[in-house]
Design a protein around this ligand. Structure first.
Ligand SMILES: NC(=O)c1ccc[n+]([C@@H]2O[C@H](COP(=O)([O-])OP(=O)(O)OC[C@H]3O[C@@H](n4cnc5c(N)ncnc54)[C@H](O)[C@@H]3O)[C@@H](O)[C@H]2O)c1
Length: 360
């Protein structure tokens, strides 16, 4: 039954705390769910044509049914539009629609829409509230939670941004049913990441339930998104601005980002590059004697079972280039490259990674 079995998780951040509410078939309840927040009547919904065609009407009907007066803002679909030019476009639409300090922005879409809308919310009139309505697996388990908002610059991805927490994250897992299989698999990389960094039992669950998860069983999707959000919420609550612990969420990302940069963000989706990154970083952990070879094999196998790449094709990227790209990554401090390495399934540690056989 739509809306049944709703789950709530709190991202505990003092006065910036907020709920993540999830269910299956709950998009039509978005408007009423937003009423307790006492936003002004005039709000804006930001989306793209792809998501709008699928879910725009349900979201708009729900918001206007709850008494909101909604300005619809659409930006083109794609990572290349997550930039300052389209931020400026959104600001213009917000001003034309006369959105005020007490208004709210609603981000309906994947991580691209969530990131740019969140950044507009952080900066429009020195900051207004916003609601995340993530519709990709990656956005539901990762980008909509934690308050990292931002856009790309010609010189680097996600280089312009702000920490700005949403007021509410409203997840309808039924929206995942229309997601292209490749996008679903890319989101699975982040889900697997949570198992490796924090929860061995969850990792094992993902290995046992491959069939129902790939068939998008409602119960499995709910459990998987819930457990991922719980782990992200827990980590973010302990370290909102990535002074320490939050860095564990970057497992697979040090190598992954380098792969994305070197392939011009074209060959791999973010999750696919992270999948390869997780496997290569696990391999480094084995070389360093931190991880059992059998655990590396389990990670590699799980990644592959969700139709994700687990290694770099021969000759695609030179080892030196990979090292150099990692050195240039914004998350690398000083001259030595450090990465989050698994020390078992369910536990990770930050370690230097230069000098390993397949990297040098
Ligand atoms: N803020 C953070 O903490 C954080 C974390 C990870 C990634 N990100 C960012 O997230 C972005 C990637 O997000 P993404 O993977 O969601 O990509 P995306 O937003 O580009 O969405 C992928 C594609 O799926 C389409 N789509 C979305 N929902 C759909 C649905 N339910 N059915 C059918 N199609 C649908 C989109 O229109 C798009 O074409 C990147 O810009 C990345 O930098 C941010």
């Amino acid at each position: 039954m739509p809306g049944s079995g709703k789950i709530e998780i709190t991202v505990a951040l003092g006065e910036r705390s907020y709920p993540i509410r999830m269910g299956s078939g709950t998009l039509a309840e978005l408007g009423t769910a937003m009423l307790p927040f006492k936003f002004e009547k005039r709000i804006a919904l930001v989306s793209n044509p792809t998501v709008h065609a699928l879910y725009g009407k349900t979201a708009l009907d729900s918001l206007s049914g709850a008494g909101f007066d909604v300005a619809l803002i659409k930006i083109p679909d794609g990572e290349e539009y997550k930039n300052l030019l389209w931020t400026e476009f959104i600001y213009g639409e917000l001003l034309k629609a006369r959105l005020e300090r007490g208004s709210c922005l609603v981000a309906l879409g994947g991580g691209v829409i969530g990131d740019i809308t969140g950044f507009c919310a952080a900066t429009y009139m020195r900051g207004i509230r916003f609601v995340q309505v993530p519709t990709t697996l990656l956005a539901q388990v990762d980008s909509s939670v934690g308050g990292k908002t931002g856009v790309n610059h010609a010189l680097g991805k996600n280089m312009i941004g702000a920490f700005w927490q949403p007021s509410l994250v409203w997840i309808d897992t039924a929206t995942l049913k229309t997601l292209p299989a490749r996008e679903f698999a890319a989101g699975m990389a982040e889900v697997i990441k949570y198992g490796v960094i924090r929860d061995r039992a969850f990792f094992e669950y993902l290995g046992k339930e491959i069939g129902p998860i790939k068939n998008l069983s409602t119960e499995h999707l709910m459990h998987m998104v819930k457990r991922s959000c719980e782990i992200k919420a827990e980590v973010v609550s302990m370290d909102e601005r990535e002074a320490g612990l939050r860095a564990i969420l970057n497992y697979g990302h040090t190598v992954g980002h380098a792969i994305e940069t070197l392939t011009g963000y074209k060959k791999y989706l973010h999750g696919e590059a992270v999948a390869i990154g997780m496997c290569l970083e696990a391999l480094i952990a084995v070389e360093k004697g931190l991880l059992e070879a059998a655990d590396y094999e389990k990670i590699r196998k799980l990644v592959a079972s969700y139709d994700l790449p687990s290694e770099l094709p021969e000759g695609l990227i030179g080892k030196k280039d990979l090292m150099n790209a990692m050195l240039l990554d914004k998350k690398v401090k000083g001259a030595s490259i450090r990465a989050v390495l698994p020390v078992g399934i369910g536990d990770v540690r930050m370690e230097p990674i230069s000098g390993f056989s397949f990297l040098t």
